[in-house]
Design a protein around this ligand. Structure first.
Ligand code: SF4
Length: 91
């Protein structure tokens, strides 16, 4: 599998997903099915919950496949967060 990084944003927070690291533990879509649904594309829809709920769920990912950053942090410090990765939005 290619080393792909996907981004999904609600305008406030961006969820970052690295499929290579995903262990398919199902924690994300059992914990917050309004946002994480592997049956549809895109499978992450951050509009389905509050930013706080999303952050809480992302932090429970056991593999590190999910992470997040706050969009305002990128706007203020673009060099500090992920290089050019956030150019490739997939939402
Ligand atoms: S919680 Fe993390 S490891 Fe588990 S299915 Fe979701 S992204 Fe994959």
């Amino acid at each position: 599998m290619k080393d792909i990084t996907k981004h999904y944003s609600n305008g406030e927070v961006t969820v970052v997903w690295k499929p290579m690291l995903c262990q398919h533990s199902a924690k994300c879509f059992t914990g917050l099915p309004e946002v994480f649904d592997p049956r549809v594309r895109p499978w992450i829809t951050p509009e389905g919950a509050t930013t706080a709920e999303i952050i809480l769920q992302v932090k429970k990912c056991p593999s590190g496949a999910l992470s997040f950053f706050m969009n305002e942090d990128v706007n203020e410090h673009p060099k500090d967060i992920g290089g050019n990765e956030y150019d490739a939005y997939d939402a």
